[in-house]
Design a protein around this ligand. Sequence first.
Ligand code: NAP
Length: 284
Amino acid sequence: MGSERENVAVVTGANKGLGFEIVKQLCGQYPGLVYLTSRDSTRGLEACEKIRKLGLKVCYHQLDVTDSDSVEIFVSYCKEKYGEIDLLINNAGVLYHKNTELSRETLVHQIEETMKVNFFSLVNFTESILPLLKNGGKIINISSSSGHLSRIPGEELRNRIKSTDSVEELIKLMNSYLVACRNGEEIEGGWGDSSYVVSKVGVNSYTFILHRRLSAKDISVTCVHPGYVQTDMTGGAGQVSAGAAAALPVRLALAARAQGYVWHDGRAVPWDGPDPRGFIDGRK
Ligand SMILES: NC(=O)c1ccc[n+]([C@@H]2O[C@H](COP(=O)([O-])OP(=O)(O)OC[C@H]3O[C@@H](n4cnc5c(N)ncnc54)[C@H](OP(=O)(O)O)[C@@H]3O)[C@@H](O)[C@H]2O)c1
């Protein structure tokens, strides 16, 4: 570790889509080193090559957020090499498209995978790297319109989620969702029929809990709905290119401070207010 430490930014799931564009733009604008991480090294290194061909400098490390060994290796690497990091953008995510033909077993598997990647691993990775996050640092969680609290149909459940004030409590609640799914009781339990929604509502709840917890260290935690973006996740559909959508998280990353739930048009929206979407999911 040198005495003049450079700023270090880390982006998860960045070999393609929104994460790739976030890294690419940060490489041109962030005052420090930018780490493109990916679960598959070949895909990640190929992505880095594309950025280097633009004449930009990018750093790479393998990181599968669902793999505890991979998380430990990456965190140890950052600790040894830099001691601290300055910016974390949690972008890695999955979405299974609705298919009513699925067997219950397959559906439960998809629900578990969605919750594992989008919520549990985001929390686990963040908590693992948190001791390295510099005072005054920043975390940006790439959420979704699906993370708005109004997307949970059950009123009692919405109130429970809203009043959850610790990570432990939130994890317990999200585990209770998995139990409900295994028992085929998620609809009557008020969770609705989308594990993607539940995972992103979990991400938003975690964002606010963490922001409060880290305020003494002046670390800000933000969640962002990037819009309806043309990536593999949407099968290329969507209203904006990944490059255009990346501009907002990049702007928040470079801003002096960022917090709350930020909509793709840059508005901070109340998480527990009325649904800010237009009449069709993703159109606004
Ligand atoms: N596209 C939209 O309209 C939209 C809207 C709202 C929110 N979002 C959110 O934006 C984020 C990026 O999505 P995207 O649209 O860019 O989707 P994408 O093109 O499918 O990219 C997802 C990225 O996450 C990575 N990933 C998945 N599992 C991972 C794991 N276990 N460890 C590390 N990386 C993993 C993928 O890696 P592989 O290539 O190895 O699979 C890929 O790099 C997600 O959090 C998504 O929920 C997207």
